[in-house]
Design a binder for this molecule. Sequence first.
Ligand code: OFO
Length: 171
Amino acid sequence: MLSIKVAASINRQIEVEHHSSQIYLAMASWAETNGYEESSKFLYAHAEEERMHMLKFFHYVNDRGSHALVPKTEQPKVIYDSIKEIFEEILEHEIYVSLSINHLVGVCVDERDFTTQNFLQWFVTEQIEEESLFRSILDKLNLLGDDKASLFMFEKEIASIATSKSVLKTV
Ligand code: OFO
């Protein structure tokens, strides 16, 4: 069974993953209604991925004899000025999520819960990948600029990133 402190900290992380999913969903909807079809597909898929992260925590907590709690729903930001603003905010958000996962690992070390610490390694690696993915997307956006032709090119880029990402997930 998880200690009260570890269970509470994972329930807090469940909130973070849930909110991440909501943030990506709101971004996907903005992108879809502002002509960024490929970005929106990518963001919808990422919203699903965040929900999967949340569920991974859910099952872990319940399998260890504690109780995973459904978090409160808070409306995320729904209006953006540009697609660049979206990807800037994503990178900032993912850095915050990495810090939150690291904090959770710290709680497990303090509580001498090495099983949960081991379980968390998947998330530690995932955060490294996510930060690096969004850094590279933002670099591309900055390189291309924000005139219409560049944003059209960016949409093509994001479509190929989405394809290679889904291929990677299935191997
Ligand atoms: Fe759950 O990985 Fe992003 O936030």
